[in-house]
Design a protein around this ligand. Structure first.
Ligand code: AMP
Ligand code: ZN
Length: 483
């Protein structure tokens, strides 16, 4: 069973074959760091994090590069408004980006290059595009010459005439054709600038990804990803620039992947429209796991709607996602607890049959992930596993040690890919806090035995204040951390 990806270049599902066996070069367009990311921005970061984890699970070594756009019109405008430098603004929001994405369990890229650290590489690639006859200098600006590039429009599947109809020339732009786009912009007063062969100026937006992708991954890479709004013009321009610079006839990217939009009450969530729920707020109010669960509960190419009550600001979608996470976590903690209280290798439970049921589900999980990493289906199968575990726990007084090992391993394997169950409280058994919790639970049990209910209530309240909830069962007291 091999991985199939929907390639936007051909608009069809294709079997994934890497350039170098066993290795995947993966470039993902990162954020423009002029503000907090919203949960629409978080969608590509989370879904492509899962693809990366799946590739690693399948044994590939993945080199994952994701840039920070730290210079563009929006950055300059925002820095001026706040009275700080563009660099200070970038530092602040790169820090905030990592706070949010670390909380969301998104693995950090292997390389996270910033545009402003790559001006020499950007200048060099522009020089190559000019030398190859695909760009021209105009009064300190440099433009890509669309008419010299007949393949333009091959990614977004539009012909030049249609694209031309939608193009316009901004005031101050000195280009030959409205579709031509800036590779380099001449210095304007009050803007950061760098020396270049064409005078002082700064890079256009699209060129940074071509320069950084080829620097870290080479001229022909396996996967390039981003939100669907980047297909045109950003990715179309990247293809033109990279292939015009390399002039090798090789494609810039073999597989182009784009995620669908996150909608807020049926309208695209976007910073410019102002209809945003920041990732930070969503994490605080609903937990990072709920945000991740919600964004993975639809196929990455489909739009996904976040229902948010405009008056109360409560999101039914995230409440629902939080309940899903809770079911998953409860299954794992019930399993941990039963392993301590009900494991018995003499149990009559048919563990061989159970193992083959788990294996069948494992096959289905892999099938779903190999089918264009269908996380919605994969989460469905995770719930089938949970159902199987819960039923076994309910129907059997005792269970063999192997049952617990198989079940825990299955949950861990799936969660290493999806990241929707999160850290395991019971795995912290040996840390000091967990030992202290266990000690207090024992003290509470002793107090209850001695009918000292004042003390036992005190202990419950003390633990509650520390975010630990207790549940008394016939087998003893279970505890878990509140999310
Ligand atoms: P930006 O910081 O605006 O360049 O966006 C970072 C990433 O978020 C890009 O891959 C965008 O395509 C993506 N993105 C922005 N808004 C949305 C949305 N509402 N839904 C899904 N992806 C989005
Ligand atoms: Zn990009």
């Amino acid at each position: 069973m091999s991985l199939v990806l929907f390639n936007d270049l051909t608009r069809q599902k294709e079997t994934f074959t890497p350039i170098k066996p066993g290795h995947v070069s993966f470039y993902s367009c990162g954020p423009t760091v002029y503000g907090y990311i919203h949960i629409g921005n978080a969608r590509p970061f989370i879904v492509f994090d899962v693809l990366r984890r799946w590739l690693e699970h399948e044994g590939y070594t993945v080199t994952f590069v994701q840039n920070f756009t730290d210079i563009d019109d929006k950055m300059i405008h925002r820095a001026n408004k706040e009275g700080i430098t563009v660099k200070e603004l970038a530092e602040k929001f790169i820090g905030e980006y990592y706070k949010d994405t670390d909380a969301l369990g998104i693995h950090r890229p292997n390389v996270a290059p910033r545009a402003t650290d790559h001006v020499p590489e950007i200048i060099s690639i522009i020089e190559r595009i000019i030398a190859n006859g695909h760009a021209y200098v105009s009064d300190g600006d440099v433009y890509f010459d669309i008419r010299s590039w007949p393949k333009y429009g091959s990614l977004c599947k539009q012909n030049l005439e249609d694209l031309e109809a939608g193009a316009r020339v901004e005031p101050g732009e000195k280009k030959r054709d409205p579709l031509d786009f800036a590779l380099w912009k001449a210095e304007k007063p009050g803007e950061p600038s760098w020396d270049s062969p064409w005078g002082k100026g700064r890079p256009g937006w699209h060129i940074e990804c071509s320069a950084m992708s080829s620097k870290y991954l080479g001229e022909n890479i396996d996967i390039h990803s981003g939100g669907v709004d980047l297909t045109f013009p950003h990715h179309e321009n990247e293809v033109a620039q990279s292939e015009a610079a390399s002039n090798s006839g090789k494609p810039f990217v073999n597989y182009w992947l784009h995620n669908g939009f996150l909608l807020l009450n049926k309208t695209k969530m976007s910073r410019s429209l102002g209809n945003v729920l920041t990732a930070h707020e969503a994490i605080e109010r609903y937990t990072p796991l709920a945000v991740r669960f919600f964004l993975l509960s639809a196929h990455y190419r489909s739009p996904i709607n976040l229902a948010l009550d405009p008056d109360t600001h409560v999101s039914e979608s995230l409440v629902h996602a939080a309940a899903g996470v809770e079911r998953l976590r409860n299954c794992r903690s019930d399993l941990d607890f039963a392993a301590k209280t009900r494991a018995d290798d003499a149990s009559a439970f048919d563990v061989e049959k159970y193992q083959s049921e788990l294996e069948e589900l494992h096959g289905k999980f892999c099938e779903a992930m190999n089918d264009d990493f269908n996380t919605a289906a994969a989460i469905g199968i995770l719930f089938d596993v949970v159902y199987l575990i819960n039923t076994s726990l309910k129907e059997n007084e005792t269970l063999p040690g192997k049952f617990f090992k198989l079940s825990k391993d299955a949950l861990k394997e799936y969660d290493d890919i999806l990241g929707v169950i999160g850290p395991d409280d019971a795995e912290d058994e040996h840390d000091d806090e967990s030992a202290e919790i266990e000690r207090l639970i024992q003290e509470r049990a002793d107090a209850r035995k001695a009918k000292d209910f004042k003390r036992s209530d005190e202990i419950r309240d003390e633990l509650k204040a520390r975010g630990i909830v207790l549940e008394d069962t016939p087998q003893g007291t279970k505890w878990k951390r509140e999310l």
